[in-house]
Design a protein around this ligand. Structure first.
Ligand SMILES: *Cc1c(COP(=O)(O)O)cnc(C)c1O
Length: 485
């Protein structure tokens, strides 16, 4: 290929600070002390770690160089499927950092934080409008935390009707957190196999649903990037047996302003603000997984929630049926702020457009690469498309080899070996924020790598060769992680 964004120039080696330090180096100048020196109490200070002596420039260069070893959406395309690693406008960071909002103490009385409460109240309403589910809690700190909150709401609902249920249906295309959250809440996950075309059949749900089953957790679009077109009939089958429908809304990036969850028959749904609504994510947080519910289930939501009384805002604690608190204070407020800013700066029409573009970009990649890699399901995709390494088997090339070689071309590899239902899966989610030129360059890189796999498979198996580190022994890394440098 003609050009690729990957290169190795000017990426520095970097020793540990302990190896770099020299006795007597100083990072700052402190004025001479004008009071008598007193020995510190050894019992208080203890032996303490032996910190290295470093100058300011040592420290600045050390951390700047380390930051250059990182890769993020601000560096380049990050096409991880199931994650929505999209570029987030910096204006949302600016708003989230506004001191009057960001520095407000969570225990201040309502009258001193009317602005914060107004933002929480309005954000609840926006998320309610986006999902069609009007009862909203902002407390959960991540998607999985939202799922657990949803399961607690399921349990509270069934308990309020004296209905004893201990199972929950979970399709094989669900995110791994779904069965985990259900199990944490005491439910036994019952796996459902998706149909030949990658989506769930109504029959499989009808056959599995009974009066001991609390409901179903369904991800839509599912983790294959496919829309569960039977969602409404599935919801009817679950409701007919007294169950509830949980919608995992982490893939909302594909359907903002397009799908109304309530009309699909969904009763409870979480959103991942750190995927869809403008918080950079990866590396573990912070996040926010607000939960939206039907009017009927609103009484079970965690406390407190922001409410409006006249023209004032307050935190409402008086909800006797509530499942209680699921997070200290009000969730991760800075993430809520970014989502609020994102929704307000985009507006309803542009949120919809973002989803349309996210789907268009994935569909474009699917069409451009379907002659190069085998498509797992040859049908219209939503925000991500899934290939397998089936056609590479005759060259003894695997998904891992392709992913590692893409690093040499300057691309963070897509998600690999997930979802589990596709053997050797390669799952690509470009998001709406990549332009056509960049997507074309990525497509060319994938095609070049796959071609190399045919002409020089040995070289591909050695990849990456241009990266800072060569291929790691992943078994060794997992079994004997070296965490001390
Ligand atoms: C990311 C994701 C989750 C989990 O969200 P976390 O914030 O990582 O806990 C759940 N379901 C789906 C479909 C996801 O993509």
């Amino acid at each position: 290929m003609a050009r690729n964004p990957g290169t190795t120039g000017l990426i520095m080696e970097e020793p540990l600070l302990w190896e770099k330090g020299k006795k007597g180096r100083l990072g700052m100048s402190i004025p001479e002390s004008d009071v008598p020196e007193v020995a510190a109490d050894a019992a208080l200070t203890g032996a303490g770690p032996d910190f290295p002596d470093l100058s300011e420039v040592d420290v600045v260069r050390h951390y700047t160089r380390l930051s250059q070893w990182n890769f993020g959406v601000d560096t380049g395309m990050y096409p991880l499927g199931s994650c929505t690693m999209k570029y987030n406008p910096k204006i949302n960071e600016t708003f989230a950092a506004t001191p009057a909002l960001a520095a407000a103490h969570p225990m201040l009385a309502d009258e001193y934080v009317q602005g914060n409460l107004q933002i929480m109240y309005e954000l609840q309403n926006y998320l309610g409008a986006i999902t069609g589910l009007p009862g909203v809690t902002l407390q959960p700190a991540a998607g999985a935390h939202g799922e657990l909150t949803g399961m607690l709401i399921f349990a509270a609902y069934h308990a309020s009707r004296d209905s004893k249920r201990n199972k929950i249906l979970i399709p094989d295309t669900a995110h791994g957190t779904n069965p985990a959250s259900a199990a944490l809440c005491g439910y036994k996950p019952v796996p459902l196999k998706s149909g030949f075309n990658g989506i769930l059949t109504v029959k499989s749900v009808v056959d599995a649903m009974d009066e001991e089953t609390a409901g179903i957790m369904i991800t839509n679009p599912n983790t294959l990037g496919l829309f569960e077109t039977n969602i409404r009939e599935i919801a009817e089958a679950v409701h007919a047996k007294g169950g509830l429908v949980y919608g995992d809304g982490a893939n909302m990036n594909a359907v903002m302003g397009v799908i109304n969850a309530a009309k699909c028959g969904i009763d409870v749904m979480h959103l991942n603000l750190h995927k869809t609504f403008s918080t950079p994510h990866g590396g573990g947080g912070p996040g926010a997984g607000p939960v939206c519910v039907t009017k009927e289930l609103e009484q079970f939501l965690p406390v407190p929630r922001a409410v409006k009384v006249g023209d004032r805002y307050k935190l409402e604690y008086n909800c006797p049926q509530s499942v209680g608190k699921v997070h200290s204070f009000h969730g991760n407020f800075s993430v809520l702020m970014r989502a609020y800013s994102y929704i307000r700066t985009m507006g309803a029409e542009n949120l919809k457009k973002a989803s349309h573009l996210a789907v268009l970009n994935a569909a474009y990649i699917k069409e451009q690469l379907k002659g190069t890699l085998k498509l797992a399901y040859n049908r219209p995709c939503m925000h991500e498309c899934v290939f397998s390494d089936e056609w590479q088997q005759e060259y003894k090339i695997t998904t891992l080899d392709i992913a590692k070689r893409l690093i040499d071309y300057g691309y963070h590899p897509p998600t690999i070996y997930f979802p589990l239902v596709v053997h050797g899966a390669i799952m690509i989610e470009p998001t709406e924020t990549e332009c056509k030129d960049d997507i074309d360059q990525f497509i060319e890189a994938v095609k070049t790598v796959v071609e190399e796999g045919k002409t020089d498979p040995d070289n591909l198996r050695k990849a990456p060769v241009n990266a800072k580190l060569r291929r790691l022994d992943e078994t060794q890394a997992a079994r004997r992680p070296c965490l001390c440098g």
